[in-house]
Write a protein that binds this ligand. Structure first.
Ligand code: NAD
Ligand code: ZN
Length: 237
């Protein structure tokens, strides 16, 4: 069986799953903001140097994402969670569109753009205001600078979320890898852990990635179109 749906099922998503919702990926021209590349802004060094600039970028991204709706790929993954057991959704996205589509248990490897965290007292809270009234924002508890509760380049991932993701990767029989360039570590290694555990990999991505040669099934198409079709063909299989 090369393209079946053997359980447990784990899905790993990246920026590509939200591309058809209108959220730009980081790679490519549309990922540029005021001529800055994302990997120059999403770093602790950039934030130390110029917190206002980094916050302006995040405020711009929050406004953009606020205008976006989940697409059929997000909805299909929410339906998989309802139908399949066990099913685990791991995402590198920070946009909250999986939850907006109805997914409940989402392992957010890189945090959420809708949460803020204090740089001094570590107070974390949700904040959906668009735009934020004062930039850069300050902690309601201690008055120090807040930062987005996301993982920046060079930072560690939340240990509990990462441990749960490794576990779901190791034990799954099918892993769906959707819309990720498979270049950002450690997320890019999760599919390899699934392979080592005897799982079957399906890659859904219009472009080739370093993972492609390991995948048992490759679907070269945009996720919003291809994932619902694939699910229809396999959900009762
Ligand atoms: P990436 O930008 O490196 O790669 C995106 C991948 O999606 C590419 O391989 C591309 O071919 C593919 N793709 C493009 N359109 C697609 C479509 N319609 N359907 C399926 N695939 C499509 O993204 P990444 O691998 O997630 O890594 C970048 C990092 O940037 C992550 O850490 C993530 O946290 C962050 N990021 C998040 C968002 C978001 O939350 N939506 C957006 C941009 C970047
Ligand atoms: Zn504080």
């Amino acid at each position: 069986m090369t393209d079946g749906l053997r359980r447990p099922v784990t899905a790993l998503t990246g920026a590509g799953v939200s591309a058809e919702s209108g959220v730009p990926t980081f790679r490519g021209e549309e990922g540029l903001w005021r001529r800055h590349r994302a990997d120059e802004l999403a770093t602790p060094t950039a934030f130390r140097r110029d917190p206002l600039l980094v916050w302006e970028w995040y405020d711009w991204r929050r406004r953009l994402i606020d205008q976006c709706l989940p697409n059929p790929a997000h909805h299909t993954l929410a339906s998989m969670e309802e139908t399949l057991s066990p099913f685990t959704l791991i995402t590198q996205n920070v946009d909250g569109l999986h939850q907006a589509a109805g997914s409940v248990n989402v392992l957010e490897l890189h945090g959420s753009i809708w949460r803020v965290r204090c740089t001094a007292c570590s107070h974390v809270s949700e904040d959906y205001r668009v735009p934020l009234p004062d930039l850069p924002p300050h902690c309601p508890e201690c008055g120090e600078l807040l930062r987005p509760d996301v993982v920046w380049f060079g930072e560690s991932l939340p240990a509990d979320v990462l441990a749960a993701a490794w576990e779901a990767a190791r034990r799954c029989r099918t892993m769906l890898v959707i819309g990720t360039s498979a270049t950002v570590q450690p997320a890019a290694s999760l599919p390899l852990a699934a392979l080592r555990g005897g799982g079957t990999l399906l890659e859904l991505n219009p472009a080739a990635t370093p993972l492609s040669r390991h995948a048992h099934t490759v679907i070269r198409a945009p996720a919003a179109q291809a994932l619902p079709n694939w699910w229809e063909a396999h959900r009762f299989g």
